[in-house]
Design a protein around this ligand. Structure first.
Ligand SMILES: O=C(O)[C@@H](CO)OP(=O)(O)O
Length: 206
């Protein structure tokens, strides 16, 4: 039985382009972000991949990316479940600040710790550990059972909510997860074993 799970980070957003901490704020895609999503869809189409259900967050950039992908693979209107469990990590008081301004104010190292450490919370926001604590139960409850039943699943979400999920799927540790960076609009194709572990992972790039 095919146990297919495709993960994709949204295309470039207006705030990615402007180098702003985004978190739960809701900017749209840039022109490049639209192109990235379309390219991601084309790569899926070239592999002949199609889906039975889609999951996304409640944020526009992930939903729009999904719509563009579904358009490319001729699956507009596919059943889609949107849940804030898949939202980006909440950046708290940093949301809306420029990342270079933050480095000037708090120092390179502190900002890196806020952005990439496992368990340090940015002021008023979530650590990656907090993000894992909401993404993982949702995955186990809503997504994984469908994959196990043979439904082909695509998830369009965010840099850090997907890092949280991939940490668990691929066995990253608090020490190794800081080095994981996800490209925008690049589909990651997972196939799972019957015991829910990862059988294979392929990153689709031009
Ligand atoms: O601003 C954000 O919400 C995220 C994703 O773009 O940024 P970072 O890569 O710094 O975690």
């Amino acid at each position: 039985m095919e146990r297919l799970l495709v993960l994709v980070r949204h295309g470039q957003s207006e705030w990615n382009k402007q180098n702003l901490f985004t978190g739960w704020r809701d900017p749209g895609l840039t022109e490049l972000g639209v192109e990235e999503a379309v390219r991601g869809g084309r790569l899926l189409k070239e592999r002949g991949l199609s889906f039975d259900i889609a999951f996304t967050s409640v944020l526009t950039r992930a939903q729009k990316t999904l719509d563009l992908i579904l358009g490319e693979i001729d699956q507009e209107g596919l059943e889609t479940l949107s849940d804030q469990a898949l939202n980006e990590r909440d950046y708290g008081d940093l949301a809306g600040l420029n990342k270079d301004d933050a480095r000037a104010k708090w120092g390179e190292e502190q900002v890196h710790i806020w952005r990439r450490s496992y368990d340090v919370q940015p002021p008023g926001g979530e650590s990656l550990r907090d993000t894992v604590a909401r993404v993982l139960p949702y995955y186990i409850r809503e997504i994984q059972p469908r994959v196990m039943r043979g439904e082909r699943v695509i998830v369009s979400a965010h840099g850090n909510s997907l890092r949280a999920l991939i940490m668990v799927l691929d066995g990253y540790t608090p020490e190794t997860i800081p080095s994981l960076e996800l490209g925008t609009g690049i589909p990651m194709v997972y196939r799972l074993n019957a015991d829910t572990t990862v059988a294979s992972r392929e990153i689709l790039e031009d």
